[in-house]
Design a protein around this ligand. Structure first.
Ligand code: UDP
Length: 402
C-alpha cells in the first residue's frame, strides 16, 4: 500500500489544525511555511513575562465545543474576559452638546447603557434605555445597521449618535470605505447592547493560552507524521496547470492544502484580490501600566484604530516594569510591500472576484483552500479551527478512505 501523504502550505492556525488532524490519522504531512516561525497571524513571542503578538491583538473566545476541545489538547488556559473601551474626547462630544461635563472618557464598547449614561444627560439616557428595552428587550445585542433602520425618531437619533461615536470613523480607518459599502455582518461582531453587560465577547469559553499562541501551533505540529519546513516560498514550487496542481512541475497525486492568498497561487488570472493590512507601531512604554484596559479603541480621533497593551491580556499578572503597546494603522494591502495581508475585503465586489477564483479551482480535486486568505473569509480563531477540522475530515474521506 502506498504511503498516505499530504502537503500543507502555511503553518498558521488553519494549516496546523489540518496538518495535525491528518497526521493523527496516519497521513505523512509536509508543511511549508513562508516565515521563519510558525503560527501565522497568531504568532507571538515572549517579552519579560508576557507575550507580544506579532500581528496585532488576538483574543480567544468560542462557543464551539469542538474548537475548544481540539485546542485544549495543545495548551492550558487562563480565564480572561476581554473588555474594551473607546476613547472619546470632549472636543468631539461638544459638537453634539449632549453632556457638558465630559473630559476625555473611556466608554464601554460594545456600546451599552454604561456608555449611554456616560455621554447623555441622565433623564435623556433613561428615556432612551426604556425605548430600547421596549423594542429589543433587555440585554439584547443589536447591530448598528439594524438600529439605524429603526423608524422610531428617538431610536434613530440614538443610533446616529452611536454610529458617529463608535463606528463611522473607526470603520473608515479600518476599511478605507464608508460603512454602506461593507458587509453588515462585520458590524454584528460589535453590537449595541440594551443593558449593562460589559465585555467584547459573549462566548461560553473566553480564555487565553498560558504559553501563548505560537506554542499551540508548535505543539500541534509536534507529530512523528509532520515535517515542517520554514522559510519556504511555496509559490516557487507550486503551479496550477492543465486543471491540476503541480508540485516541482509534476501533477501531485496527494492532497495539497493551501492557506495563502488564492489569487497568488492562481497567477492573478482574474486580477488581484483586495486585502486589508495593518502597519503596527510597537512601542516599549516606560511604565508598568500604560492604559487602564488591554485594548482601547480610538473611535473618533487619531489615525490609528486602537492601542493594545499586551501584558494586560497575554498573562494573568505581569511583573514587568515596562509595557509593550501596539498602535494599528490600517491600509490596503500591496503585495510588493513588506506588510502581510490580514483581512479579506468585506465587500460585495471583492466576494464576486473571489468567486471567480473559487470556481476556477473547484475541479482540481486534490487542491483545497483554507484559512482567512485561502478561503477569503473574515473569521475568528475558533471558526478557523472549526472550518479546518471540517475540511481535514473531508480530505480524509475523499482522499484516503472514500
Ligand atoms: N468597529 C467599529 N468601532 C469599534 C469596534 C469595531 O467601527 O470600536 C467595527 C469596524 O468596522 C471593525 C468591525 O467593527 O472592523 C469589527 O471589529 P473587531 O474588533 O471585531 O475587529 P478585529 O479585531 O477583527 O479587527
Amino acid at each position: 500500500m502506498s504511503e498516505k501523504r499530504a502537503l500543507v502550505v502555511g503553518a498558521g492556525l488553519s494549516g496546523a489544525t489540518i496538518a495535525r488532524t491528518l497526521a493523527d490519522s496516519g497521513v505523512k504531512v509536509t508543511v511549508w511555511e513562508k516565515e521563519k516561525y510558525v503560527g501565522g497571524a497568531i504568532s507571538d513571542y515572549k517579552k519579560d513575562d508576557y507575550f507580544v503578538q506579532r500581528h496585532g491583538p488576538h483574543l480567544f473566545h468560542t462557543s464551539s465545543e469542538e474548537a475548544y476541545a481540539f485546542l485544549s489538547r495543545f495548551t492550558e488556559w487562563f480565564d480572561y474576559r476581554h473588555t474594551v473601551r473607546s476613547h472619546i474626547t470632549s472636543k468631539y462630544i461638544d459638537r453634539y452638546t449632549l453632556s457638558t461635563d465630559i473630559k476625555d472618557k473611556y466608554i464601554p464598547v460594545p456600546f451599552n447603557f454604561t456608555s449611554l449614561e456616560a455621554l447623555y444627560p441622565a433623564d435623556k439616557a433613561k428615556k432612551i434605555e426604556s425605548v430600547l428595552v421596549g423594542k429589543y428587550g433587555a440585554d439584547a445585542a443589536v447591530s448598528i445597521s439594524e438600529l439605524r433602520l429603526n423608524p422610531d425618531p428617538e431610536i434613530k437619533e440614538f443610533a446616529e449618535f452611536v454610529y458617529e461615536t463608535v463606528f463611522k470613523y473607526y470603520s473608515f480607518k479600518q476599511w478605507g470605505l464608508d460603512m454602506a459599502a461593507i458587509d453588515p455582518a462585520v458590524f454584528k461582531r460589535v453590537p449595541v447592547r440594551t443593558g449593562y453587560i460589559d465585555g467584547y465577547f459573549a462566548d461560553k469559553y473566553q480564555a487565553m493560552p498560558k504559553d501563548g499562541f505560537s506554542a499551540i501551533v508548535e505543539n500541534m505540529l509536534k507529530s512523528e507524521n509532520i515535517v515542517v519546513e520554514t522559510g519556504v516560498d511555496a509559490l516557487e514550487r507550486l503551479e496550477i496547470e492543465d486543471k491540476s496542481i503541480k508540485v516541482y512541475g509534476k501533477p501531485s497525486d496527494y492532497p495539497v492544502i493551501f492557506t495563502g492568498c488564492i489569487d497568488e497561487l492562481c497567477g492573478d488570472r482574474f486580477g488581484r484580490l483586495p486585502y486589508r493590512t495593518l502597519r503596527f507601531d510597537l512601542k516599549e512604554e516606560d511604565t508598568p501600566s500604560y492604559q487602564p484596559y488591554g485594548v482601547v479603541n480610538y473611535t473618533v480621533t487619531e489615525p490609528f484604530t486602537r492601542i493594545s497593551e499586551f501584558k494586560k491580556f497575554t498573562v494573568e499578572n505581569s511583573r514587568a516594569k515596562t509595557s509593550v503597546t501596539v498602535r494599528e494603522y490600517p491600509r490596503s494591502y500591496d503585495r510588493e510591500s513588506k506588510l502581510s495581508p490580514y483581512y479579506p475585503m468585506p465587500t460585495a465586489e471583492a466576494k464576486e472576484s473571489y468567486a471567480k477564483y473559487a470556481d476556477y479551482v473547484k475541479d482540481i480535486k486534490n487542491l483545497y483552500f483554507a484559512g482567512r486568505l485561502g478561503s477569503y473569509v473574515y473569521v475568528n480563531m475558533d471558526k478557523a479551527v472549526d472550518r479546518a477540522l471540517e475540511l481535514a475530515h473531508k480530505i480524509l474521506e475523499a482522499a484516503f478512505i472514500g
